[in-house]
Design a protein around this ligand. Structure first.
Ligand SMILES: [Zn+2]
Length: 446
């Protein structure tokens, strides 16, 4: 199987843009007719849904942040104002919790499930999965839609799923069913490899032929290390309850955005206008419906709090024409030192320098201390065996890589207003091991 939906996935740019604009017009009319929030907005502003003719016109509509959604759902309002279908058409109800802790409600119709599943089916096929493949899903089955819609996507393209829900499954699963792929986060897949080795299975010699990494952004360095540990290619996916689901094809030239089903704009930091392709900005999403389609929760211009760069809208070497984006990063994981930004992924890149991995497990955490005058970044990297750790080499590699493309931070480092210090704890010696839940790897303690 080369494509899941060849006609759509290889549509020429001009035709694809025309299809997107058709879908935008239908979606905006659907919003006016079915979403209390948009009905009120159009009536209040006097803008007519028919004024929105193409994707440029979406700039006339408001940008919706997570807090707007929370303000437009009970108990703040009587109804769920972004819910955009009747209760009879709602198939599943989800909640996504952000950093504020107050969950956002999200409603999906069966139509939505079909479209989400097709997005994953396209991604799986673009990663060379097909009938006969058996894939362990380590993403959790629950209020997050990812694992469930991946499973349904696998059904569409005829692949078997082993729905474990976490990466701590027994080794028996590998021995008995000989899975050909695993979906999980980079760190879960690294830990799994270590556990297999302890149980006498060499990951490179296992039945696994490829891995899918998702759930959080990662550096190219940690991906290549994971590829080395397993001896197979690792492909990236980016998904959300709001319906992003972008997947990297085997050419690894960015993640393909299924443009006919989700519209992705990249905005400048003030959310005033689009940035040019090749420039970094915030991901703003719009669900796209095909004429006649229904959706349970319509968001137009949804601010994801993630940042990316459009790599290209040209045809990819894989034959697909849909645009490609760089691995998105979470805005919440970006910090500023003396006005200069860096992301958790930049720290990760410094850790995973190839030479360092002779001594490190890859697990790390970093803390920022200080004030406006002087800031200290404390990086803690777990050693395979602390006494043997070549600290000077690791520190040197980290600093070189971390400051390489950050002239502002480099200058601050030279001036002594930005210090970087290191700790090399024994296995299980990092602070986050003592805290439940997903590790927070970059903590600002200023
Ligand atoms: Zn491609």
């Amino acid at each position: 199987m080369e494509y899941y939906n060849e006609d759509i996935e290889t549509l020429q740019r001009e035709e694809l843009d025309a299809l997107v604009d058709d879908n935008i017009r239908y979606t905006v009319r659907y919003a006016y007719e079915n979403s209390p929030f948009y009905r009120k907005w159009f009536d209040k502003t006097g803008v007519s849904p028919s004024d929105v003719k193409n994707h440029e016109d979406l700039r006339e509509l408001p940008i919706i942040s997570g807090s707007v959604i929370r303000e437009k759902q009970p108990p703040e309002t009587k109804d769920f104002e972004f819910k955009s279908s009747s209760w009879a058409d709602v198939f599943t109800i989800h909640e996504t919790s952000g950093t504020s802790g107050v969950p956002k409600s999200f409603f999906l119709t069966w139509d939505d499930w079909e479209r989400y599943a097709e997005k994953y089916a396209r991604a799986f096929v673009s990663q060379n999965f097909g009938p006969g493949d058996r894939v362990v899903v380590c993403a959790s089955y629950g209020m997050n839609v990812g694992a469930n819609t991946m499973t349904f996507g696998a059904h569409k393209m005829g692949m078997s799923i082993i729905p474990e829900g976490k990466c701590t499954f027994p080794v028996r699963i590998i021995n008995n069913y000989k899975p050909t792929g695993i979906v999980g986060s980079v760190f879960k897949l690294l830990r799994l490899a270590k556990r297999l080795e302890l149980e006498g299975i060499t990951p490179q010699e296992s039945s696994i032929e490829r891995l899918i990494a998702g759930g959080e952004s990662f550096s190219e360095e940690s991906r290549s290390y994971l590829e080395e540990v397993w001896g197979v290619p690792v492909y990236n996916t980016y998904g959300s309850t709001e319906g992003t689901m972008c997947g990297e094809c085997t050419k690894k030239l960015g993640l393909h955005v299924p443009e006919d089903m989700v519209h992705l704009d990249v905005y400048n930091p003030n959310l005033e206008n689009f940035v040019n392709d090749g420039e970094c900005g915030r991901i703003v999403l719009t669900t796209l419906l095909p004429p006649g389609g229904k959706t349970g929760n319509l968001l137009i211009n949804y601010d994801t709090d993630d940042t990316t760069v459009v790599v290209s809208r040209e045809k990819c070497k894989c034959g697909r024409t849909h645009m490609r984006i760089m691995n998105p990063q979470r805005e919440a994981e970006t910090v500023f030192v003396g006005g200069f930004p860096f992301n958790r992924v930049d720290v990760e890149q410094g850790v995973f320098q190839r030479e360092n991995m002779e001594y490190l497990t890859g697990e790390y955490e970093a803390f920022l201390y200080g004030d406006d005058e002087e800031t200290t970044l404390r990086v803690r990297m777990e050693c395979k065996n602390a006494p043997d750790c070549d600290r000077d080499t690791i520190e040197d590699n980290f600093i070189k890589s971390f400051l390489k493309y950050k002239p502002g931070l480099l200058q601050a480092h030279i001036d002594g207003t930005f210090n970087i210090i290191f700790d090399f704890p024994e296995p299980e010696g990092l602070e986050f091991y003592k805290i439940k839940g997903r590790p927070k790897r970059l903590v600002d303690r200023r």
